[in-house]
Design a protein around this ligand. Structure first.
Ligand SMILES: O=C(O)CCC(=O)C(=O)O
Ligand SMILES: [Fe+2]
Length: 295
């Protein structure tokens, strides 16, 4: 079994007590998940109670709820106005604290990271009926169809806010190994070759999507479609206990959520020039495999 997956217990971390160096960032960039038995941020008990009280039948929750901290827009929610305002406030507070925490825990990123969406995941993950490419119980690496990163990385901070149930993940092999085994079959060469044509013939709109973005979107779908990979690939089960918290680069760690309910999550996009181990980033790993620049 791969040794690169190590769940580290940090206890309740006071960010100020952490050494101000890049060790944690390096571990994350290399594919490790950093685990906190208790959230490293303040999270009020009344907020937790409010979140876990939201049920599908009484508030029309059908999917993950997303919140955009930059604009205050809430998606995927259709409860009463008052409830909506309270939910927004809770997500905005969580987002602000998550940002503050990541800035001090991972100082290398503080100046350049981009605060992406916040999410609340109110549904039991086990047995969700979703179309194949949307299923999160299948191992995958993340790529967002609407937000190309051009080589930037996707860092996610989670809290399991459920009272009693763990959130259960499977995680797979390291990105370099995953790419070595599957990138060619997923069409890396073809997508790398398209780059120049697209540069030449399409104007600005398309250029937002680098070959890297197009490959990662394809790779996400390819991995979910690949039943040999899903059943035969190497995996490690991780149980995140109720009340625990974790950080992971989900564009590099193949992951699947098997069960659990009520999680909060904040996404950060870390640009290539803020990474402490850029040579380990998915874009560099893929470029080394295909011998061409991808962004
Ligand atoms: O909700 C989770 O625990 C992870 C789900 C996931 O893989 C995702 O949102 O990309
Ligand atoms: Fe994911």
């Amino acid at each position: 079994m791969a040794t690169w997956v190590e769940v580290e217990s940090e206890g309740a971390v006071s960010p100020a007590a952490e050494p101000r160096n890049d060790q944690r960032a390096r571990e994350l960039e290399q594919g490790r998940i950093i685990f906190f038995r208790r959230p490293p941020i303040e999270f009020p008990e009344q907020d937790r109670e409010f979140l876990v009280a939201q049920r599908r039948d009484d508030s029309a929750v059908h999917k993950n709820v997303s919140y955009r901290p930059a604009t205050g827009v809430l998606r995927g929610w259709s409860g009463p106005r008052e409830t909506e305002e309270r939910l927004k406030r809770i997500l905005a507070d969580f987002s602000g604290r998550a940002k503050q925490f990541v800035s001090s825990f991972l100082p290398a990123y503080a100046e350049r990271m981009h605060l992406d969406y916040t999410s609340f995941r109110p549904l039991e993950e086990e047995g969700r009926q979703l179309p194949l490419h949307k299923r999160n119980d299948l191992l995958h690496v993340d790529a967002f169809p609407s937000r190309p990163t051009r080589g930037g990385r996707i860092l996610r901070f989670f809290i399991n806010v459920h009272t009693t149930k763990p959130r259960v993940w499977n995680v797979g092999e390291s990105f370099p190994s995953l790419a070595k085994h599957y990138a060619a079959d997923a069409g890396l060469e073809h997508i790398a070759n398209q780059q120049q044509g697209i540069r030449r013939w399409f104007a600005i709109g398309r250029a937002r999507y680098s070959a890297y973005d197009r490959f990662m979107l394809r790779f996400h779908d390819y991995l979910k479609e690949n039943s040999a990979f899903q059943t035969g690939g190497e995996k490690t089960r991780l149980d995140f206990p109720p009340g625990s918290s974790w950080l992971a680069y989900t564009d590099g760690v193949p992951h699947a959520v098997l069960s659990g309910q009520h999680a909060l999550e904040q996404t950060f996009i870390i640009p290539p020039d803020a990474l402490v181990a850029p040579q380990e980033s998915p874009i560099r790993v893929l470029e080394a495999l295909c011998g061409r620049p991808l962004a």
